[in-house]
Design a protein around this ligand. Structure first.
Ligand SMILES: C[S@@+](CC[C@H](N)C(=O)[O-])C[C@H]1O[C@@H](n2cnc3c(N)ncnc32)[C@H](O)[C@@H]1O
Length: 377
């Protein structure tokens, strides 16, 4: 089968019901497979080669899955951390729907990656209305080539997208396809009053949600969170990796040991609880490590790399009555902080993440509950 025909396009790549007609047409016209490398892997890790197994390759290209297209910023023999991907089609569609964009609007995209999202924007708005910035020079060049071959002349800039693209400003919309912890102020400066900024947003504790902000006449952007979107971080805002290995050494470090009846089910496992807790302790990572394959025995680690503090919270089914052991080391008592943040969330009636919002000015980024008077401490 010729891997240039899109016979296997699944409904997932243009999810009916989610998209308005104009976006459905764009999804039908822009062929995702044109933006993918010749070797891609599915969620099971099995690699498909375009020339050897075109059926499998096309099947993956049009499945509703993210496809990793680069690891370790392109370095050889690294640990294999994903650093670029073609995002999951339903997430792409959801973000474009939320962006509320239509012909006549000018859009800045941060994170060109494969160029697929940029192509969809170009298809709808025309090449002249779209600027896409990619920090990785090789990825930017490949995307330019693929866009050209697919018939698009989208303006792709190689550079740091957190600086926006002043020479092409002002924009009506900014869409970032990598996650930020702090919304870069240049995006606000380069967006017209009344324009919108849509970006995955999170912190070390929780990745993440979408921040949907509107730029006001006071050059401040405000809006609420929504959606469930875990993206790779923009380069300069990545969270540290392998923190348990780097910071937790109970054999040689002093720690306080206590017991708790609190189970991680809600504070760690519930999306809204964990999002709210992350707002109160944004630099703290949580990691769950299972020690038995029955899934019932595990340790939750909380690690703050900035102060080298950690806590471990050991869950064993037989300790439900006597309490689970908690150890805390370092200047910050991270489990105690987590308990306080969890109670704070419960006392406010367990608000869902969409009740929280964000205000970004030139001076600061502040998070609030319900409105700007309800600042999250
Ligand atoms: C999830 S991928 C983007 C997917 C892309 N929109 C597509 O349709 O294929 C995230 C991309 O953001 C890029 N990136 C990370 N930090 C960046 C930055 N500061 N400026 C521009 N691009 C950045 C990464 O190199 C990566 O290619």
């Amino acid at each position: 089968m010729e891997a240039g025909t899109r016979g296997t396009t699944s409904s997932a790549s243009h999810p009916a019901g989610v998209l308005a007609r104009h976006w459905r047409t764009a999804f039908e016209r822009v062929e995702r497979h044109r933006f993918l490398p010749d070797r891609i892997s599915g969620p099971d890790g099995v690699t498909a080669d375009r020339s050897r197994d075109p059926g499998h390759w096309l099947g993956l290209a049009y499945a509703d899955i993210p496809i990793v297209t680069q690891v370790d910023d392109g370095a050889e023999n690294g640990p294999g951390y994903p650093t670029s991907s073609a995002s999951q089609p339903t997430i792409v569609a959801d973000m474009l729907r939320r962006l509320d964009v239509f012909p006549g609007r000018r859009v800045l995209e941060i994170g060109t990656g494969t160029g697929y999202n940029a192509a969809l924007l170009s298809q709808l708005l025309g090449d002249a209305a779209v600027t896409s910035v990619e920090i990785d020079a090789d990825l930017a060049e490949t995307a330019r080539t693929r866009l050209r071959e697919a018939g698009f002349g989208t303006f792709v800039v190689t550079g740091d997208g957190t600086l926006g693209c002043p020479s092409r400003a002002p924009f009506d919309r900014v869409i970032c396809t990598a996650a930020v912890q702090r919304v870069p102020y240049p995006w606000i400066e380069q967006t017209r009053s009344g324009g919108r900024i849509l970006t995955p947003w999170g912190n070390a504790f929780h990745n993440g949600v979408l921040a949907d902000l509107t730029v006001g006449p006071d050059a401040t952007a405000r809006g609420r969170f929504g959606g469930d979107a875990a993206f790779m971080w923009v380069r300069a805002q990545r969270v540290p990796r392998r923190v348990v290995e780097a910071f937790v050494r109970p054999e040689e470090q002093a720690f306080e040991s206590t017991r708790t009846e609190l189970h991680p089910y809600e504070p760690i496992g519930d999306f809204d609880a964990s999002f709210a807790i992350g707002l109160r302790m944004p630099t703290v990572l949580n990691r769950v490590e299972f020690s038995e394959d029955d899934g019932q025995r595990y340790t939750v680690y909380l690690v703050d790399p900035e102060t080298a503090s950690w806590a471990s919270w050991r869950i064993e089914p037989e300790h439900r009555e006597t309490g689970h052991e908690v150890r805390q080391h370092g200047p910050r008592e991270l489990f105690t902080e987590l308990e306080a943040a969890y109670h704070w969330w419960r006392e406010r009636g367990r608000p869902v993440h969409a009740r929280f919002g964000l205000t970004v000015s030139a001076e600061r980024q502040s998070v609030w509950l319900d409105d700007e008077t309800g600042l999250v401490p």
